[in-house]
Design a protein around this ligand. Sequence first.
Ligand SMILES: [Zn+2]
Length: 1056
Amino acid sequence: MEGGYVNEGGQLKTKNGQKYIFNNGPPSGVYVSRACLIISAFIMVAALISSVLITYFLTSQGLPITEPPPSAQAQSKDHPEHQTDSRANATPLVSAKFDIPDWLKTKKEATTSSPELPPVIVQNEDKLTAPPVGDIPVIEETLDTSIKSTDRLLQLYEGWRPLHYRIVIEPNVESSASNGSLVIEIARDPKVTSWEPIVLDVYNVSISNVRVIRSPAESNATEEVELDFDSDYGDNNATFVIKLAKELSTESNLRLMLSLDFVSQVTDTLQGIYKTSYVNPGNKQLQWVISTQFSPIDARRAFPCFDRPDMKANFTLSIIRDIKTSMALSNMPISHSSSHRPGYIRDDFMTTPKMPTYLLAFIVSNMVDSRFALLDGDIVPRVEIWTRPTFVDMTHYAYKMVRQFLPYYEEYFGIKNKLPKIDLVSVPDFGFGAMENWGLITFRDSALLVPEDQELASSSEHMQYVAQIIAHELAHNWFGNLVTPKWWDDLWLKEGFACYMSYKALNQVHPEFQIMDTFTVLEFKESMQHDAANTSHAISFDVKTSNDVRRIFDPISYSKGTILLRMLNSIVGDEAFRSATQDLLQSFSYENMNRNDLWAFLTRHGHEKGTLSKDLNVKQIMDSWIAQPGYPVVHVERAGADLVLRQERYLLPARNPLDHSRWFIPITYETDELHKGDNIPTHWMTQDLDQLVIKDVFTKKINNDNVVYLNLNRESYYRVNYDMASWLALKKKFSTLPRITRAQLLDDALHLSQAEYLPYDIPLTFLMELFTSVDDELLWSAAKPGLNYLIYNLKREPAYETFRAFMKFIVRPAFDHYGLNEPDNESHLQLKHRALVANFACKFNYDRCTQVAQMKFREWMRDAKKNPIKPNLKSVIYCTALAEGSYQEWYFAYKQYKRTNSASEKEEILTSLGCTTKPWLLSKYLNLTINSTSGILKQDGALAFRAVASNAIGYEMAFDFLQSNIKEIADYYGDGFSTISEMIKSLTIYMNKDYHKQQLQALAANCRKLGLKAVEMAIGMAMEQVNDNIYWRTHSYDSLKGFLEGIVSEFQINIF
Ligand SMILES: [Zn+2]
């Protein structure tokens, strides 16, 4: 028998009837959990894509410009579907060019100066006869001696703008290279008066046969003229520079055709044009897939280009592929397919609308479609989903979601989807979660595929994740693709909008998910956790290098971006927000914009609708949120009938005490006496005032029993700290408060204590509300981040015993209510909630949970083909069974990992493999992450490592493994980039001793010695985390321990 509570009317009391409230105490730290895996994997791995270790030197093979094949472009518009023209004559590659305008076709011998290629590249201009590219030597530099910093300066060259790229490309898996030819129509930028060279971005691309032809249509000349020029590679071979004669500088309307041949690399590091593979289960043969990932700055790895988001152009792409591959896809439908030369097919794609280079994409593979386009052939846009043949049955859910989200967006934005088709493809081994290439959205398997058969069926959480990722990528069709931020410093605009719109769309399609409520927990957790660090950055900062671009793809851009847009929505109201968005999209279609454009539209529409006071403008409000990192905590004090508010930056105490940042904060509040009914701000805290006094909030001067709470519906990005009288009043009337406010209070209280703004008895008291709020799903979700932080910081300390007993006591009624049996027809929220409750119950070793979990797992082991575990409970049951079980459970799980087809099931098992308490298994598991035959994909390496590192027994082994094998890991994952960074960041959960700092420094020194500069940031963040942990251990541990012991004794909680 545990505990001596009496539960009366929702109030928790001690045995002698005393209401429970503590006083006194302190703390700090940072929460790291697996739960954010979903969005955060998507976000963080995005950063991973942008750098490389291996430097290849390529030899080029010349491919001259010649006549185009007949009429490809002319046929295109009428025949959007793939047509393989078997009658077409096989044409040698040399004549298989793009469609060149007539005036260029007539050009005879070129009289150009050819560029000199960078050193090491051996150009072979004699070999004009065909292809394949297998003769390109690849020299890999060895790690120790030659790893260079992968950081590159992203210089912006002005003076010329691309209008139209015509590209013919033949990517080749065997040679790991792409041969191609390119014509870019370019125009002189009339805004630039100085005479500038033409500068193309390149990365490991060799260029030959350059010609520059003046377009007669844009000059007074009667015929095209081939121009003389000088050309060469720029610094570090990062650019290709063409200098034209100075005499042309007087012509401001100059238009040119720049044609060239190139050879680029087909990487295996998931960036640029890359190759990946899968095994066909039928014949066990390896199938290659060529895919692309150009965002953010890797189009330059594929072909020479103006690789920046404001250099929009049309693209007409042709792909030459081996006849053994069954399909090629790109942004637009195929206009024409023909035999190219024996054994090769050429696919010509329709011309894209104006768009940036980072949105161009193509795929060549033997993957198959799901035949949705056949079923719904007359609906525009045509939607098709492509995957491996064995996964076709897992695409139905995604298709259904696309068809539901599209009409919503078209209606909300007031603009029809622009492209005639949308292909969604699950790419084996994919660095991002998904990528919004216009018309060709690519996904990792688990972000698109939802198994539906009984055994593999997905959890509610996974289905929500898939729906949300699809909604996010589709929203980019408007925000990002149609209208694009000018530069990467406004990345948050496109990502914030895509995130925010995905919530709106999901809310429309699945109102029962109550996703807008989830927003207030999930996005705030994600953003506030990162933004509380000293190492955080302003949501918009000066992006100058490739590392800056990599850095900006993080939760600050995504989660903080979406939170700020929601805040703006609440400031100007729904109507003004929507009309401003529509207006903006109309005004900047096919163009670029920046945040000031958004501010202007919101201000105008807010003023017009009367929701924004005429003496306010959005820029003045938003500057403080955009230009500085972090977020405020607003302190609230009662002064008679008034409230006095002060603000300061929320920072953990180990951090910068001299930070005096202030924000322009919208204030909303309610009391027992005042319920305004909307969330439009009534007051503003400005940066110049030390405090804001709100008069006559209460009708009486003595009002300690009255509640007041701020930041209604958590519309704004700040935490609230109350005076003690207010906390007590809120606790007393907790059950009567709005749902989101309750969740917000618990989350704020836990994090305010973590940062020493509040003694720990307050959050512990609010945590006890879980005891009675058995079915308040949002409150439980809100508790998770703060609780995980405590688990990590206490797990290896004596006080964990008391903490575990306390939590087991609190979680018990909910688990007894829900258990581990899922009845049929439960709602989405109930399914998720049961899983969360069980997760805590098993984590705190409630034996009813752990025993049933083991029993269910053993049932599965008895018949591996029949998994009796319900999808929502897999995570908790797998992990518990492996933690409590022996090596048999572990090997069984690993076998199932290799056996299963389902990507989401694979992820569940990968995480649970790290739950074992057997050191040799953890060690074996770590070694599997760098073994290419283990079945663990590179995209999942960091996930597997994190599973071990977040195990209280495994983290030291994980540290040793990384320290001892850093070179091999860097080699295996390529680039030393985000996989290693992710690994380092996940190491610090349990590190809270001084000697841990020295260990980390030794690791940093090792990385430095190997030239892994890309991980410096991760090491800096890890060091900050360790400092916080040490500070918390020194300052808050004892007082928390004291409170916990007090509660356990007061409620007579059995600590076993
Ligand atoms: Zn996005």
